[in-house]
Design a protein around this ligand. Structure first.
Ligand code: HEC
Length: 280
């Protein structure tokens, strides 16, 4: 079992600094607090990961992303400081926990990845097939570096995706249907594996969408996946779970993928984000 002392120090620091909701907190402190509160088997399943949290290899990816974010790039030679992630151009603190959200300039609900692609192609002028935009799935892709940096600016903030615009509600509702819809050769839905605590597949303890403390960790991407030795995104997770269900692949940036992310983020509402996280 876990050594209580591992968590005592960060916990004391946290209580000393007792921050109002919506302040940055290091991911390892957020996780320690959730474990203390819930004692969840999902949260504590990998003692090795917990020990490594403070030295998460994704920290490098975050740093590289910070440099890329502020660097003038692309045919238009501008930085991403002009990109609006929902809280105004260049404002990143707490922006990611309020996504997906509706953007009036595109008339669409967009998740972080889709918004980033939009800014890189319009603002910076990259072509859709430029590797900077097209390559999305490794620690050394620009996309994962940028997402990791932007995500990290929301660590400790409570998930709070807006539901003011009718399209935001519609996407959340569509995501709920997708999550619960059984289909494919196995007749699985996402809910088959993710709606009870303590369910396992072999050694993996599965997160339960009805347990907010578990679910906030489940959806805290970008995360370093130890088994892949790469930082992965929310869109990559959606793809992976459709593959696990032996259903058709989801297309990154499609409304269906964003709807699912809208629903899963709404399900973690109010719980602090762990960014970047580490997963198995
Ligand atoms: C057959 C069971 C199964 C189904 C069905 C399933 N998943 Fe998963 N899911 C897993 C497993 C197992 C993991 C842990 C990651 C791994 O080891 O591959 C996981 C991980 C996740 C995670 C991240 C948590 C983590 O610790 O990695 C999220 C979020 C998630 N699934 C969402 C979904 C969504 C959304 C769907 C439906 C599109 C879905 N899952 C369908 C088994 C399933």
């Amino acid at each position: 079992m876990l050594n209580k002392r591992t968590f005592l120090i960060p916990l004391c620091l946290m209580m000393a600094g007792a921050s109002a909701a919506g302040d940055y907190r290091p991911p390892e402190d957020v996780l320690a607090e959730l474990i203390e509160k819930s004692g969840s088997l999902y949260l504590t399943q990998s003692e090795q990961n917990l020990m490594m949290m403070a030295d998460n290899p994704a920290s490098w990816t975050v740093e590289e992303g910070e440099a890329l974010f502020h660097e003038p790039r692309g045919p238009n030679n501008v930085s991403l400081e002009g990109c609006d992630f929902g809280k105004g151009p260049g404002v990143l603190d707490g922006a990611y926990v309020e996504m997906p959200r509706y953007f009036a300039d595109t008339g669409r609900v967009m998740d972080l990845e889709t918004r980033l692609v939009h800014c890189m192609t319009t603002l910076q002028g990259f072509a859709d097939d430029d590797p900077a935009v097209k390559s999305r799935h490794g620690s050394n892709s620009d996309m994962m570096r940028l997402q990791s940096y932007i995500g990290s600016k929301s660590s400790g903030y409570p998930w709070n995706p807006p539901l003011d615009h009718p399209l935001e509600t519609a996407m959340r509702d569509a995501g709920k249907v997708l999550f619960n819809r059984r289909a494919g050769p196995m007749d699985f839905s996402c809910a088959t594996c993710h709606s009870e605590s303590g369910k396992r597949i072999r050694a993996s303890v599965l997160p339960n969408i009805n347990s907010p403390e578990e679910w906030t960790k489940a959806i805290s991407w970008p995360a370093y996946r130890v088994g892949h030795q790469h930082v992965r995104s929310s869109q990559h997770r959606v793809r992976g779970c459709y593959w696990q269900m032996r259903q058709g692949q989801s297309v990154a940036g499609s409304d269906a993928s964003i709807a699912l992310i809208s629903y899963w983020t709404d399900a973690a509402r109010g719980q602090p984000a762990i960014l970047p996280d580490m997963k198995r």
